[in-house]
Design a protein around this ligand. Structure first.
Ligand code: HPA
Length: 265
């Protein structure tokens, strides 16, 4: 399936992409900065899952002079897709030539020092859900059955992102991201449990893609926009309007950071 999807996309592209980008909630506008863009709706690509919550396009072109392939909108487990389907776009990127993916998401902050609107770089993750995008027959052409996740979030790329953030005068703390399936937000008890386990952030995406990327030896860099403090950390419940406001505030910094990082790759 990933081969057929990749062949279809390759027939539309002008050049071979080097960098894959996955844009999370509130970040779709980065795709508008891509030059010489070829836009392919997910719905036209064979076997590609179609996002039900975001705009769903694959946008290929140049960002700061680099050939990028960007998922404008992503798909989530809570939409009813299997973990394997969540990994497929990354496998397709790999076949098309992508060596590095930059993943973005929105998350709840568990670490007390974070604030809504802040950008945090992922240093590691915790996935409590048993499913993996690599469940089932192993696609040997892409990678091995058992693979290492010790350095899933590439240290060299993180160093480079730190440099980029310094140049922009942007604080860029690092944190451990806990993957929860959603679509419901967590309970306060779940957040307390995740804190004890060592999580700094919580969200409903990214980890399936990271796993698929490491399986096929694609390097990973991931950034999160903290849109709210996680459940139970502040008086009252989680307010969607407040979350969306933080998303908007974080968007500018995220766009600047991604553009700078891509320039340095
Ligand atoms: N939990 C899970 N996912 C999220 C959150 C949260 O608090 N905020 C934004 N995405």
């Amino acid at each position: 399936m990933y081969q057929q999807a990749a062949e279809f996309i390759a027939s539309k592209l002008h050049s071979k992409p080097q960098i894959g980008l996955v844009l999370g909630t509130g970040l779709n506008s980065l795709a508008d900065a891509i030059e010489d863009a070829v836009v392919i709706p997910f719905s036209e690509i064979p076997h590609f899952p179609v996002s039900t919550v975001h705009q769903g396009n694959l946008v290929a072109g140049r960002l700061n002079g680099k050939a990028v392939l960007c998922m404008q909108g992503r798909i989530h487990f809570y939409e009813g897709y299997s973990m394997q389907q969540l990994g497929l776009p990354i496998q397709v990127m790999r076949v098309l030539g992508v060596k590095t993916v930059i993943l973005t998401n929105a998350s709840g902050g568990i670490c007390e020092s974070y604030f809504p609107g802040e950008i945090v770089m992922l240093s590691d993750h915790i996935k409590l859900a048993p499913e993996s995008p690599l469940c089932g027959k192993n696609p040997e052409a892409l990678g091995e059955r058992f693979f290492d996740m010790t350095t899933a979030y590439d240290q060299e790329l993180r160093n480079l992102a730190k440099e980029a953030a310094e140049e922009l005068g942007l604080p860029l703390p690092e944190g451990v991201y806990a993957y929860m399936g959603g679509p419901q937000f967590e309970t306060p008890a779940e957040i307390r449990a995740l804190r004890v386990l060592g999580a700094d952030l919580v969200g409903m995406s990214t980890v399936p893609e990271v796993i698929a990327a490491r399986h096929c030896n694609v390097k990973v860099l991931a950034f999160s926009c903290v849109t709210n403090m996680a459940a139970g950390m502040k008086q009252g419940g989680l307010d969607k309007a407040v979350i969306q406001d933080a998303e908007r505030r974080g968007q500018n910094d995220m766009l600047k950071l991604l553009t700078k990082v891509v320039e340095k790759l």
